[in-house]
Design a protein around this ligand. Structure first.
Ligand code: PTJ
Length: 266
């Protein structure tokens, strides 16, 4: 809420600060109302995952950076939520890895594309594909959300995206691109369809991505290939499910789960 200060002592201070960021993005016209709902879903999964970056997420962030450095034409695809939450980190990542950004929206309007493009440019982004590019369509994605820039996502071989619905990942993979996604929900179609799934909160994940990009940037190609080839997305997704199960088992140990299953018809 405008004018309200979240006390630093609040046990969930960081989560509330991130929530304010998405609301601020909504006020600026970057985030759609549906994006606020999507954020709530993310928060619920983050709570279940313990609101921290797990080792399995670090593995996928590392693999993502290795793949970006090995790719011929990598790109970061940004929507309203991602721009509002982690615009600064995205611009830093784009700068360190020397890769472009494309604004690609599910609820596409030219006005929002321009607002987000300007926002990223004001943060220092050097190459943003947005309103003024030559456009085409990704086949299998209904208009207008399949609209992409010819020299951007359309011709990219590797796409990093986040906080998305499943269709786009599926369609991008169908046209032969490798796709890395940031998604807190390991059940989602996006998470299941991606080549690399970063199961972590986007703001935290992209902060770590910036650090890891600085570390891996000067690594030789063989080392990068080793990281990429040893990566196993099924293991990562399994790790995410296990982390949720562990939280539930912990609740059982603390006596929070009592066996009423028969009474409840379970
Ligand atoms: O800006 P637009 O027009 O492109 O619209 C963007 C939204 C987010 C509205 C659109 O892509 C959408 O409806 O997404 P979904 O289908 O709700 O999927 C969002 C996924 O991201 C869900 O699986 C959430 O759990 C997850 N998620 C939400 N917030 C975060 C997140 N994952 C990581 N970090 C978050 N902060």
């Amino acid at each position: 809420m405008k004018g309200f200060r979240i006390p630093k002592s609040h046990p969930r201070y960081h989560s509330l600060i991130i929530r304010e960021r998405i609301v601020d993005g909504f006020r600026k016209g970057m985030v759609v109302p549906e994006g606020l709902i999507a954020h709530g879903r993310g928060e619920a999964f983050d709570y279940l995952l313990g609101e921290k970056t797990h080792d399995f997420a670090l593995m996928s962030i590392k693999a993502t950076i290795a793949y970006v450095l090995l790719a011929e034409k990598p790109i970061i695809s940004v929507n309203g939520n991602l721009a509002a939450l982690a615009g600064k980190e995205i611009v830093m990542l784009s700068d360190i890895l020397d890769i472009p950004i494309e604004v690609n929206l599910f609820y596409r309007t030219e006005e929002r594309i321009k607002i987000i493009e300007e926002y990223l440019k004001n943060l220092g982004a050097k190459k943003v594909f947005g309103s003024n590019c030559k456009k085409t369509h990704i086949s299998g994605l209904e208009s207008p959300r399949g609209i992409v820039c010819v020299d951007g996502i359309y011709s990219a071989d590797f796409v990093l995206l986040g906080i998305e619905d499943g269709d786009r990942t599926e369609a991008l993979r169908r046209v032969g691109k490798r796709v890395a996604v940031i998604d807190l929900n390991p059940f989602s179609r996006t998470a299941q369809m991606a080549d690399i799934t970063i199961v972590d909160e986007a703001t935290r994940a992209l902060k770590r991505a910036v650090e890891i990009a600085m570390e891996l940037k000067n690594l030789d190609e063989n080392k990068l290939r080793e990281i990429a080839e040893n990566y196993d997305n099924r293991k990562v997704l399994s790790g995410a499910f296990e982390a949720i199960l562990n939280r539930l088992n912990d609740a059982r140990k603390r006596g929070l789960i009592i066996s009423f299953s028969r009474e409840l018809g379970l």
